[in-house]
Design a protein around this ligand. Sequence first.
Ligand code: SF4
Length: 737
Amino acid sequence: MADFADDRAVFHFDPMNKGLERAGPQPVKILSNNNQLPVSTHCPYCALQCGVLIDGEEGRSRVRGDGKFPVNKGALCMKGWTAAELLNHEERLLKPLKRNARGVLVPTEWNDALDVIARAFQSAQERGGRDAVGILGGGSLTNEKAYLLGKFARVALQTANIDYNGRFCMSSAAAAAIKAFGIDRGMPFPISDIPQAEVILLVGANPAETMPPLMQYFEEQRANGGQLIVIDPRLSATAQTAHLHLRLIPGTDAVLANGLLHLLIRDDWIDRSYIDARTEGFNAVKSVATTYWPERVERITGIPEASLVRVAETLGRARSAMILTARGPEQQQQGVNNTLSFINLALALGLVGRPFSGFGSITGQGNGQGGRELGQKADQLPGYRRIDDPEARQYIASVWGVGEEELPRAGKSAYRIMEALGAEIKALFSIGFNFTVSSPDATNVIKNLSNLDFFCAADFFLSETAKLADVVLPAAMWAEEEGTMTNLEGRVLRRRRTSLPPAEVRTDLEIICELAARLGKRKHFGFAGAEQVFDELRKATKGGIADYSGITYGRLNAGETLHWPCPGESHPGTPRLFTEFFATPNGRARFHAVRHQPASEEPDSEFPLYLTTGRVLAHYQSGTQTRRVEKLKGIIPQPCAELHPEVAKRYGLSDGAAVRLVTRRGAAVFKVKVTRGIREDTIFVPFHWGGRQSANRLTSPALDPTSQMPEFKICAVRVESFTTSSEISPEEENDIR
Ligand code: SF4
């Protein structure tokens, strides 16, 4: 084992502020930006990255919407305006924790914790080879952290096995966009284009709950006379605002898209000159579309032919239209094909690259966009470079000052890493990723985790996942660190530090650098702050698809609006992509013929209903943060299973009753919410909770073969009602009381 005792931490973060360090979860001291209060920064949660202003009094941060930031225009949702409550929350992790001989997590010193981690990684690699250490990164890490974590994996550990939470969020849309357009940027146009679109087809998206400030753009579009068509098995809060809601059978998205294309071709609504001039592969798609005649589509999707014709006609007649997808069609075993089928529609209509028109996917996680283009993904190097591209490897190796042959090849995707825990992977490092709540078939993941030799988690709170670690590192929160984020439009934003972390809490950047130093790679990780990391990131992305090289902290601090690609310091950035050409070798977008495949699990006599999962207004992702905010907890304290009245009647259930849902992977208990908003063949549950109320105890780990996205949106489920209290265990009762 290497001796790293002399190679201690080299990362010193902004020494000017040392004197201001706090000793614990005490009143927050607001740092001003050049003596100016409030400080302008961004909400820690979703990909809208709303601008917020932070000031405070009596030791508490106060958050309000930044009216000057053009994305949210001052609006925030309840998650955003309560975000600062967590900065001095009593459950903040304040010291590193280490599991003692009796298996209890007890406080330890940083040097001890970091030494233990470095030794454990080295030991795992001595026993199992370089790839025996796995790394999982969160979807809300800053660009700097995502970049540095990727470098840490490839340079400090030389493991191939790094992946990130965005695998569970955007990977299908990303893979489809790369196939069709040669570039993956969730929204290739600014959201300010939305109000000018005559028609918007929103597929499997519920921004009214997931990112409410986005709804102002749809409201403006309606006020301008535009039409909103929503495709969703649920009458979601967003669907309630639509002109037309297509409540399709879960898992039939591609049939619906092909059926619409069939009608557009039949009735000659397609844009033949655009297809000829800007695309390739249409004829193969056309012959597949001919097999999706309306009666067949109605039978498979449950959408009446008259509605299909109305949607096709509305799209066909529009002078401008957008097709926007989100997790509904994407989080399926057919997620890439589903997305491609809607891209086919957009291309056939000639929408992509036209004013106030196009195809986009609404990114979910805070930095789902930046996180996937800066090297945190199993098959990527910074700048959206492919790790199997010899030229890309050579370039990144030169930026990092290592030999190309030292860089690992592509590793396992997130769920494959979780499957390999305790087998090929012997030690794991996870940053801000509560994967025992957010991964499919969560019970199996927890079992695998228990077979590891060593597990280290860095987080703000002792999440369900961190509780299972051998060492837990207390990490700084969003308002306690500098950095950049990239929002759903590809707009790069400055996240500013507004308060200091508690005295013994460190930033993820510090943690990564200190660990790298202990692993003997100090010279590659000698950064003096986030800006220096960003400057290296700029160099690493230069010439890549996601080129950040022209973006600087100076430009962002001066208030410039910069969307990548931005290849030079005098370049204005690229808010709109595809206006002239696509990022494919011949500049043309590619159609892909898509045939419907059934979901990995369809209802049967044993499990007679569909189960689908999603988010609710008051909570974000695995709920590590939002479940600790009193106001949010008060609004939605626990998950409810949404059942159609006919289903509730069949099982003798009423509103507020307890129900156990069972799938082939396990069981979970919920309170019942009876609603006509859900299809009669489908149950909806939110996934923000762990333990016995974990929706992901139920979900299927079937993966899309291209994107490796799990099929969160569909599995087969059975309902078990409790007719007497003795049928429910005391633990279950405790959960749903
Ligand atoms: Fe934060 Fe998203 Fe809500 Fe905006 S919409 S306040 S970014 S959670």
